[in-house]
Design a protein around this ligand. Structure first.
Ligand code: GLA
Length: 658
């Protein structure tokens, strides 16, 4: 993100607070009550009209803006800003009935029918024509309205429709491929089509990787993932161009989904396309739930280049889309919100303002629950609004860069989890998250960064499962280490180039010399199999049969049992003042702790926390503000950190100003 633009609004900087607001789900009389409660809660902004296409354009080319005029005017009269959606996320039934050819198709050829939402092909010319006409009409209508401070393009682009295998997609895929490869010879080489008689002799023979007799070509699969992300990005650009043309001074965003296993969109490539980054995040169950929240917030902050970003959605309490939807515990609403703020969010917003009475999301929590304003939840919401108002001085403050970083790369995520691999159990994001949890447990701040970040500014760079390493990236990592950087990488890294072609001569090809190791064969583990290491930790998932190729390599841990007994498991090659380390098994946060402790010690990166607080709190920093976030369900004595409050309640947060 080169030069982010924040909301178009006058007045002193502040942290924004609000929600998706769906007045079209409610009678007009409820709206007045809504804005009264919004004022009580300290709401400063709402996202409006996200799913309102059917109401805004009840018949083709016939627009009804009266209700939206009314809603925007009412909000404005009450001092509430509007992040106005382009309303194109969910096409109305008349549109899909008239033009069923806009409906997406899955890999088995099934049509994705209307009845849910986001039932449109990113590459459909007909969808685009209708959607862009609505965008233009909205922009023309509201270009002068002072309440509108940002544009919200569509909603969660790709949430349900990132992979479309329709004929429109096939046509657009071919255009994308021609642009990338220019000639069929280049494409045939890149996809390795000499294998299984797959050689293409005409562009029209190429299709998306639809259901095939067996594993579709991996080059085709990987390029289809790249194409699918790019197709949505192209759609985002198309809406943006219209908004720019009509309202050049209103910034444009679209809500990303940096969370969990949502991986179809290469947000590192998207971040420069928006005026400010915004994100939606929902807590996922499991032992690393809070760490995953912090990881996602951290990565979002770094996608934004360290600049403030907008938390567009999270939940006040339970969601409705997990198998079992548990409410948040006391304190979690504020702690989770402030974790995002600690990682650079200057806006804390929720899905949604008022909990729906009907529809698929009626059991999803909201700021104003079914129980009404006389509820603990609404009181917690109001308290949070008041707390954010006390932190307005923070607004605009960039994240403070950490000394360590974890590299996060979408194409490596995609490629490392393709089928026909040594194991189908590998989970790219889980490995990255395990490293993050380990940093948290050691009390060492670490940024989660895309490849475009200034890697050379970090003392320690962990690149978990960095599977795709093109020649230029190998050079960059080499230069990083030569300049004194400490690189740490893991199993299944450096294996292929950008075309998913294996680097020859022994693994991990692209990083072999830098690491001073050579692997002839991978040795993944079966479910339940474990690999005890000499440092007392235990590996799962993966092992490698490592030969050392440079006498300068230190073995930090070796395998204890089986075929690999006595062979290196964790290595470190010193290179001048820098080093390149390799971890050949999945160690999990417990097993990574001793390894990372040693590597950080040798790199001279100390813990930011006193020993008694490690594993309990997260310390995050934005300029002069330090956030102490209680990751546990127990109160913690944090007097050692110089906070005014000596005890941090369970799930509590202390903000300490320098
Ligand atoms: C997404 C969508 C919202 C809502 C929430 C529910 O984030 O953008 O419209 O469906 O999920 O968690």
């Amino acid at each position: 993100m080169s030069s982010p633009r924040w909301l178009r609004r006058a007045g002193a900087p502040r942290l924004e607070f609000g929600a998706d607001y769906n007045p079209d789900q409610w009678p007009r009389a409820v709206w007045d009550e809504d804005v009264q409660h919004m004022r009580t809660a300290g709401v400063t902004i709402v996202s409006l009209a996200i799913f309102s296409w059917a109401k805004l354009e009840p018949a083709e080319g016939e627009y009804d803006f009266a209700w939206l005029d009314d809603a925007i005017d009412l909000l404005h009269a009450n001092g509430i800003s509007v992040d106005l959606a382009t309303a194109t996320a969910s096409p109305p039934p008349w549109l899909t009935a008239a033009y069923p050819e806009i409906l997406p198709v899955d890999r088995e050829g099934h049509t994705i029918w209307p009845g849910g939402r986001q039932q449109w092909r990113p590459t459909s010319p007909i969808f685009r024509e209708h959607a862009l006409r609505l965008v233009r009409a909205l922009a023309d209508r509201y270009k002068e309205h002072p309440a509108v401070v940002a544009w919200h393009v569509s909603n969660e682009l790709g949430c349900h429709n990132v992979y479309d295998y329709s004929d429109d997609a096939a046509r657009a895929f071919r255009v994308w491929l021609r642009d990338k490869y220019a000639t069929l010879d280049e494409l045939n080489d890149a996809w390795g089509t000499a294998f299984w008689s797959q050689r293409y002799t005409a562009w029209d023979e190429i299709i998306p990787p639809r259901l095939a007799a067996t594993h579709p070509n991996p080059g085709q699969q990987l390029d289809f993932k790249r194409f699918s992300s790019d197709a949505l990005l192209a759609y985002l650009r198309a809406e943006k161009e219209i908004l720019r043309e009509i309202t050049p001074d209103i910034p444009v965003t679209t809500n990303f989904m940096v969370m969990g296993e949502t991986k179809g969109m290469d947000y590192a490539a998207w971040a420069d396309e928006v005026d400010f980054v915004s994100n939606d995040h929902y807590r996922l169950p499991g032992p690393q739930s809070v760490d995953e929240l912090s990881f996602s917030a951290n990565l979002t902050g770094n996608l934004a280049g360290g600049q403030p970003w907008f938390l567009m959605e999270h939940s006040t309490s339970a969601v409705n889309w997990q198998p079992v939807n548990v409410p948040k515990k006391d304190g979690e609403l504020a702690r989770d919100s402030l974790t995002h703020v600690a990682h650079g969010a200057d806006a804390v917003c929720f899905f949604q303002w008022r909990q729906s009475r009907a529809g698929a999301e009626k059991y999803h929590s909201a700021m104003l629950p079914h129980a009404g304003a006389d509820s603990d939840l609404f009181r917690a919401v109001t308290a949070l609004g008041a707390q954010l108002a006390t932190l307005s001085e923070l607004a605009g403050t960039p994240r403070t860069r950490a000394r360590a970083a974890i590299l996060f790369d979408w194409p490596s995520w995609w490629a490392s989890e393709l089928d026909s691999h040594p194991t189908d159990r590998l989970r790219y994001r889980q490995e990255a998250l395990d490293w993050y949890t380990t940093f948290l447990n050691l009390g060492v701040r670490a940024d989660v960064v895309p490849l475009g970040a200034p890697l050379e500014e970090y003392d320690v760079l962990v690149a978990p499962v960095l599977h795709i390493v093109p020649a230029d990236l190998a050079k960059r990592l080499d230069a990083y280490v030569s300049a004194g950087g400490h690189l740490v990488t893991t199993y299944f890294s450096g294996i292929v180039d950008e075309h998913d072609h294996v680097w020859l001569g022994g693994y991990p090809g692209a990083l072999r010399d830098l690491l001073g190791i050579r692997i002839e064969e991978f040795a993944p583990l079966l479910d339940g199999e474990t690999a005890p290491l000499s440092n007392g930790t235990t590996g799962t998932l993966w092992t490698d049969r490592i030969d050392l190729t440079d006498p300068a390599v230190d073995v930090l841990a070796s395998y204890e049992t089986g075929e690999l007994a006595g062979r290196p498991a964790v290595t470190r090659r010193a290179v001048g003042n820098g080093s390149a380390a390799y971890v050949s098994s999945r160690l999990g946060p417990e097993g990574l702790a001793p390894v990372l402790t040693t590597l950080l010690e040798r790199a001279g990166v100390p813990s930011d926390l006193p020993a008694e607080l490690r594993g309990k709190v997260e310390l995050a920093q934005r300029g002069d503000f330090r956030f102490v976030l209680n990751r546990t369900d127990e109160p913690i004595d944090i007097s050692a950190l110089g906070a005014t409050e000596a005890t941090l309640p369970a799930r509590g947060v202390a903000v300490i100003r320098a």
